[in-house]
Design a protein around this ligand. Structure first.
Ligand SMILES: Nc1ncnc2c1ncn2[C@@H]1O[C@H](COP(=O)(O)OP(=O)(O)OP(=O)(O)O)[C@@H](O)[C@H]1O
Length: 308
């Protein structure tokens, strides 16, 4: 993992480690830090394990470099989960805290469990949570149905966005947006009002209006699908947006558009958890915290460091 994260563009960094259970993690040589990791033994095959401890940094504080005034948005504690069909343990002991207004990134090798963690958070039926807790905006997320999680303000952009044949993109967006408005006790928007609402969002992601009249993602190129995902995010809004490899398949202009759209919807209240393999994305959307999912000896570990 050494030099994996040369985040030189992050100035005045305060570091917080969410270290792995086992593997040695090295942070950029630029930073005069002496990690004091809380190493743990590996437990079982194909499990994700995480623990939290702080790095002995000149800048680190007792709050791991976090702003104490920020409210917790998502608090994952010792989360464990299995694959529903095979009963195989797939997530074991993940801890993660995302406060309001923070951008977090999760990086790590292929197959280390990044997407699985995010799917578990949105309530994907392929997985069953077996332990731990997830508190989202003060509520028990694990007790909510997937639709309730979405209506509560959790958004996920999938690595491979699904096509919905026969469902027109604008109808789909209007339906989803109005469902959110109903949840918030706000009046629904009719077609004309909705068009006026969505038009600037199209400009934000640099998408042509033609895409509104096509079926959701059907026949879209990889990059167009990603833009469409971010259009959904811009339309629906979210307290926490989980973006799974939104940079994959994007050329540099598309990446800039998508990143600009994500940055455009950020406020001091909402947060982003983005999964990526590439530093390029982090140059456009600058995270305060980077976590590493680490796969070693068939064990998946989660760790990370933070910067504010
Ligand atoms: N429903 C499932 N059935 C069987 N295996 C699964 C299932 N879901 C996840 N896995 C396995 O769990 C591991 C972690 O997968 P996951 O997609 O979370 O990795 P990732 O870190 O997101 O990888 P990548 O960077 O390649 O996208 C993989 O080996 C994957 O095959």
């Amino acid at each position: 993992m050494a030099a994996l994260l040369p985040c030189t563009h992050f100035s005045s960094a305060k570091f917080t480690f969410l270290p792995s259970s086992s593997s040695a993690i090295t942070i950029p040589a630029l930073r005069p830090l002496r990690p004091r990791l809380n190493h743990r033994r590996r437990l079982s095959l194909n499990s994700i394990r995480a623990s939290v401890s702080t790095v002995d940094s000149p800048l680190a504080s007792s709050t791991d470099g976090r702003d104490e005034k920020k409210k917790p948005l998502l608090q994952v504690t010792d989360l464990t989960a299995i694959i529903a069909e095979s009963r195989q343990e797939i997530i074991k002991g993940v801890n993660l805290l995302v406060n309001e207004g923070e951008i977090h990134a999760i990086m790590g090798k292929n197959g280390s469990g990044k997407s699985t963690l995010s799917k578990v958070l949105v309530g994907h039926p392929d997985y069953e949570v077996t332990g731990g807790s997830v508190i989202f905006k003060g509520e028990n997320l694990l007790e909510m149905e997937p639709e309730e999680r979405s209506l509560a303000g959790l958004f996920m952009s999938f690595q491979s966005p699904v096509e919905i044949p026969g469902v027109n993109n604008i109808d789909f967006l209007q339906m989803a947006y109005n469902a959110r408005r109903r949840q918030l006790g706000e009046p629904e928007l009719g077609p004309i009002e909705f068009y006026a609402y969505i038009y600037p969002k199209l400009e934000l992601v640099n998408m042509k209006t033609d895409f509104l009249n096509r079926n959701v993602n059907e026949g879209f190129s990889g990059g167009e699908k990603k833009r469409n995902e971010i259009l959904q995010l811009a339309v629906l809004g979210a307290d926490l947006a989980i973006l799974d490899e939104i940079d994959s398949g994007l050329d540099v202009d598309a990446l800039r558009d998508v990143a600009q759209a994500v940055n455009g919807i950020l406020t001091s209240k909402n947060s982003v958890l983005m999964i990526t393999h590439y530093r390029r994305l982090l140059e456009f959307i600058k995270p305060a915290f980077i976590h590493i999912m680490d796969l070693a000896w068939n064990i998946m570990n989660c760790c990370g460091f933070g910067m504010t």
